[in-house]
Structures are given as C-alpha cells and as structure tokens.
Design a binder for this molecule. Structure first.
Ligand code: BT5
Length: 324
C-alpha cells in the first residue's frame, strides 16, 4: 500500500460525509489530478463504491466486504497500530508471515491480515479454524522494550483490547478465560497466540496472533467445535463489519499499549480482572508437565495465574489450558 494511497484514505476519513475535489486532493498529497483519478479508479476496482459529482468532487459511499489494507485504512485514526498493513486473501498462517516481516525490521504496529488461513495455528501446534471472509485472522508486530518475563502481559492486554472492541461494536460483554480465550456465553469466540523473537533476555519482536470468529453460522464450524465455539453473528443475529471491528480493536489496543508503556501493567491488570471469568472459581490447569487443581486466586502483577490447591499451596502458572 503506497504512502499516497494512505494519505488519500486519511483525507476521506477526516472528511466524513463531505465531498473532496480532485484539485484539493492533488494539492493535499502533492500529486497531479490524474494521479488522484487513477487511485480513485483503483479503489473502485477493489470494490469500493464511489460517488463523483461535478464541481463537488469525490465521496466514498460504500466499502468492500474484504479486510484489505485500503478497507481498514478508511476510518482508521490510530497513529501507529495498523498504520502499516500487509494483506493477503489467503495464507497458511499470518503468524508465519509476521515472523518473516519482523525479522526484516518493519515498523512497530505492522499488522498482517488475511481473509483465510489454510493452516491457522493455535498454541502447542494446535489448529485454528479460519474459513474465508468470515473471521478476523491477524498478527500484530510489537517491539516493546521489556524483559522476556513480561511478555505474557501483552497477551492479557490484547485480550482487554479485543473485549473492548467487541463490546463497543456489538454491545455484547465477553469474558476472558486466562490466559488467551475470549468467551461469550461460555463459548470461545477469540483465541490469542503470543510468540516471541528474542535473544537472551532481549525481546526483538512480539508477534500477537488474534483470531476472532465474526460472521460464521453455527454450521460453518467443524463438528468438534460446534459445542465450544461461537461467533459474533451467532450471538447477535447480525452481520458485523470486520473492518470496523478491526479499526475499533486497533484504537483500543493503541490506547492500552501506550498506557502500558508509560505506567506498567497495573492499570491493565485492573481492567483485565473486570472481565476475567475464572477468578475465584475452582479450576483445573493443565500445564505441559502437570495438572493443578484448586482455586484461581487471581493474577500476579506480572500476569501469572495463582492457583491455591487443597493443601493451601499457591502455584504460579505461566501457561496452561484451563478447565472451569
Ligand atoms: C488459540 O490457541 O486460541 C490461539 C489461536 C490464535 C489464532 C490466530 S489467527 C491469526 C494468527 N495466525 C495463526 O496462525 N494463528 C493466530 P489454543 O488456546 O491452543 O486453542 C486452540 C483450540 O481452539 C483448538 O484445539 C480447537 O479446539 C479450538 N479452535 C480451533 N479453531 C477455533 C475457532 N475458529 N473458534 C473457536 N475455537 C477454535
């Protein structure tokens, strides 16, 4: 996506319902009116519906159903999250591409988005079902200057941003199941996968994969997921604009992340606890080596889960699958 195209979409974002003349746009972004016209034609070909009125100029009246970079950029007001978007219609996994881009040194806040994943990844090599055009499958690249041990905090921060985005767009109030599941009515609508590129204790990049079930119908899920997965469409009965939800999540994420870098995890922790479903309950945590059963006391200031077993011993759990 060219800088010129971004500036053009920003101009339409700021204009709202107003028309922008070719002359105005050409001056604003420093190109010829012909170049403006060419970009408008490309947007039309991409599926945007434009209105061109003599003496008034252009207006974008309808957007596409895809989650292309242009589609997301129109209406985006963040300053760095999602300002650089790498879109592909179909990929194996957005995580894979994000890893490659991260090692090439793309700017912080770069996002890889696809309309379909052929082999979406969950944690521990599990599979993430990512059918075409129905969900949000994206990977966000961050470069925070924090020690390795604090990386899990960003999973929790991401969960809060996604919950706030879903809440704002749909009115639903999701719950967070530590560490990485977002549930509505007890069913999973979002999974988060945090991966690192690090050397010794130095984080090079954090790649946060976010998978959100948006417009799937019940029968779109494979049999083994029917009982435990849901989508925003199933829960609201309405088709949700994926691009709008993505923009909303970017905005919440940027606010939370900026707060986090300034003030640390404490304010994020408080928000997270407000949405957490497992705290105070008896749970079973399966780690790679162990099964721990007891009361979930809460999370530490680092984002680690505390579970008190029957003998009164408090376990600190860094990563696990939780059964409620
Ligand atoms: C997760 O793993 O929940 C992390 C999922 C992250 C997916 C995103 S999409 C963009 C980015 N690119 C990728 O390749 N991945 C990330 P985990 O906690 O391990 O949960 C995986 C389990 O959830 C599976 O074993 C299934 O039981 C279930 N599952 C698979 N697909 C699902 C779906 N679409 N909705 C709900 N549950 C699903």
């Amino acid at each position: 996506q060219s800088e010129l195209r971004k500036q053009l979409l920003d101009a339409f974002t700021n204009a709202g319902e107003s028309y922008l003349s070719g002359q105005y746009l050409a001056e604003l972004i420093g190109c010829s009116r012909t170049a403006v016209w060419k970009h408008m034609e490309e947007l039309r070909k991409e599926g945007f519906e434009l209105e061109a009125v003599r003496k008034k100029g252009y207006r974008i009246i309808k957007t596409t159903e895809k989650v292309t970079a242009d589609e997301i950029m129109l209406g985006l007001t963040t300053s760095f999250i999602g300002r650089n978007i790498h879109y592909e219609e179909s990929v194996e996994s957005t995580q894979k591409i994000a890893h490659r881009l991260a090692s090439q040194g793309v700017p912080e806040g770069t996002v890889v988005i696809a309309d379909e994943q052929k082999s979406g990844k969950g944690r521990m090599n599990r599979n993430w079902h990512s059918p075409k055009y129905t969900g949000i499958w994206m990977s966000l690249i961050l470069k925070p200057n924090i020690p390795l041990t604090k990386a899990p905090q960003l999973t929790l921060l991401t969960a809060v941003a996604v919950v706030q985005g879903i809440e704002e767009i749909t009115g639903l109030i999701p719950e967070i199941k530590w560490p990485n599941d977002i549930l509505i009515a007890g069913k999973k609508v979002t999974g988060i996968l945090t991966e690192l590129q690090a050397e010794a204790d130095q984080i090079h990049s954090i790649i946060i994969g976010i998978g959100i079930n948006v417009n799937q119908k019940q029968e779109d899920f494979p049999l083994e997921l029917q009982e435990k997965a849901s989508s925003l469409f199933i829960e609201t009965g309405k088709t949700i604009s994926r691009a709008e939800l993505i923009r909303c999540i970017f905005m919440h994420f940027e606010k939370l992340y900026t707060l986090y870098l300034e003030k640390g995890f404490m304010p994020i922790k408080l928000l997270w606890e407000g949405y957490a479903v497992s705290i105070g309950k008896i749970i079973k945590a399966r780690t790679l080596t162990d099964v721990i059963e007891g009361e979930a006391l809460g999370i530490t200031d680092e984002g680690v889960l505390k579970i008190e077993d029957q003998s009164g011993f408090v376990h600190q759990v860094y990563s696990a699958d939780i059964e409620l």
